[in-house]
Design a protein around this ligand. Sequence first.
Ligand code: T68
Length: 840
Amino acid sequence: EGLGEHRAKAERMFSLMDGFLKNDPISLQKDILHHVEYTVARSRFSFDDFEAYQALSHTIRDRLIERWHDTHIFFKRTKPKRLYFLSLEFLMGRSLSNSVINLGIQDQCAEALNQLGFEFEVVAEQEGDAALGNGGLARFSACQMDSLATLDYPAWGYGLRYEYGLFRQIIVDGFQHEQPDYWLNFGNPWEIARIHVTYEVKFYGTVEEVEMNGDKQKIWIPGETVEAVAYDNPIPGYGTRNTINLRLWAAKPSSKFDLEAYNTGDYINSVVNRQRAETISNVLYPDDRSHQGKELRLKQQYFFVSASLQDIMRRFKEEHTNFDELPEKVALHLNDTHPSLSIAEVMRMLVDEEHLNWNKAWDIVCKIFSFTTHTMVAEGLEKIPVDLLGSLLPRHLEILYEINHHFMEELKERIGLDYSRLSQMSIVEEGAVKSIRMANLSIVCSHTVNGVSKLHLETLKTKTFKDFYGLWPEKFQCKTNGVTQRRWIVVSNPSLRDLISKWLGTEAWIRDPDILSGLRDHVDNADFHLEWKMVKRINKMRLAEYIEAMSGVKVSLDAMFDVQVKRIHEYKRQLLNIFGIIHRYNCLKNMDKDSRRKVVPRVCIIGGKAAPGYEMAKKIIKLCHAVAEKINNDTDIGDLLKLVFIPDYNVSVAELVMPGADLSQHLSTAGNEASGTGNMKFLMNGCLLLATEDGSTVEIIEEIGADNLFLFGAKVDEVADLRENGVSNLAPLQNASPLKVPLQFVRILRMVRDGYFGHKDYFKTLCDSVEAANDYYLLGTDFMSYLEAQAAADKTFVNQEKWTRMSILSVAGSGRFSSDRTIQDYAESTWKINPCRCPL
Ligand code: T68
């Protein structure tokens, strides 16, 4: 009764509130001034750009909240099957521009600000990045949220509200230093603290067996309780009222009073101890590949899993009474293995708390989970030491053992007593450190296992998870990654947005990216070319200004802007890029004046963070700076070659860099990059790719044709053989065969080794990492092919008509790499959810 009344009231309010906040410039202006005065508490007669940002953000936030309420009331009323996207990382970047664009009120906001004496772009730049993630995986999560909202899917994102996001990278004397990211210090208008949405999360303790209704039942007596508080982040869709929720959890000391602790008299110490609970959500782990068995990391994972699942189950139970309905109403997506403890947690909830029998619970669990892995190589897979798990989550460990026991029994029936395969497929790894293999767990329990590109899926099927593929071929699916054109064209490249819309005669591509292919109709139009080149020039100008401000290096706009920005990794081969630059420098030094006149000037731009404990990656950053110092100060070379390192690469830097790039490099040794998403962002910005045939680049080639990018290097099926036979000649260097490892490469390696760029001792291990490891990443093997691709890029750049054609065709072919396509595919074939569009 009460609920019905409550709903009827909500609906009455809903009709009253619709359009309550007006979006014309005058109304916006009033709201901005209101927030200046009453939220920011500055005088409306005097406030600066940052305060204008705060006030405008709150003005937008109000509008988001309105839509977000409406969306959730609508979802509640229609009870659709919901997707819960579980991810420990989201790289959202800035929110203001994205929000006003998705709300469709960009021009009105600009006008409102303008009349107050502010410029929208300047105000938007006041915002810091929300950097609650490491790299591709985390940014992909953010892109998917944008697409889920835009395509009207009833979805929730769940994650952790880290107090400190990914570290800030500062460069001192060419070395990376890490500083904490105090992103919440200036307030965060985009979140809503839900102080009443809290759950208790338990850790440690023991498992006991009790009698219940004549049955023996295991129960967990936990030893420590922490509270999870919800912070909601509205995610607006574009061209729809739908605004979905990203719910991030923060840890707080449990508000339940532990009287005994206080009564012992040590008041101060007990407060301090309780405060320690907050450390759980304090800091994001900055490693984007390795998984060290750290207790805090495991605590983070379970904290996040437990709070999210309590919330999800509460919502389910509000609407339904029978757990049989769970698979029709709930899809749980595991974004990599980081949230995979969810599997054990749902089993525990269903068996221990809801008293379902094991088989019944297991049947349900197997129908609700889907899983995406973002890793290409087996060494990158997550394992959790059993000792650690058993002490932190004793009941979960039992459940995991039991899941494995059932799985092993099933497996024996299917494949017989093939012990080697049994042990390889087991969820439990025996060995020096007995561990839980989180990927195996996720595969066993999920109805779908997704790869992030065709090549990635192929590797999963034929190598990484070969045996599982043999067992359950139908589980394995390819869902090639994508990126949102809203952020990566509309927000980041407004000039290109206008140009595309003008020539297509529509803005519909912002919702329907396949329409971009219509640009092919104009690929030979001279006027279009002219405007296209002008747009690139404008963006290069913005980038050049930024470079000068950051590094003091003045760059020529006529030069080719050649960019490699991504996390620093040996497999991503920034070293190949730097060696290529040294080669270019050597060539220039040996050229006469006449030949120099024909050279295409280059600005080489490198950016990216190294995991704090990853020594080789840090040395690569230092080498980049050392080489830059040499080249940039060589007046003899001038504008013909510049090298700049852009510090603290993040989402908002990417938004500036990608539109301004002519060429972008994606150099991973084939078979290492699961997908790559940077390549897609550059593609959308009309930047040509120089790349190996790795990850999703293979599909970009399918889409735009091999003629429209610069390819090089060993193919994935050649790599193993080359590692075996091709490169062992590298050490000792003296005998290096010019056929396998070119002399140019050997010479460059020796320049670095001999201290031509200084820091001889420091770079020694970097050189060793190439030589002593027999050039594991095939730098030497791929070097000549790389130089040829670079030469082809130079040659094409001289022919601006051809270059512009390729650039147009890149954008025209980028529709397939929109996350809208990815999400639609997931929704239809994996999650089985339907759009649920909130009425206007
Ligand atoms: C990336 N992975 C892949 N991992 O490397 C990239 N890992 O090829 C792919 O395009 C992208 O995922 C999206 O699918 C990551 O970014 C991590 O960041 C990470 C973080 C913690 C632990 C392990």
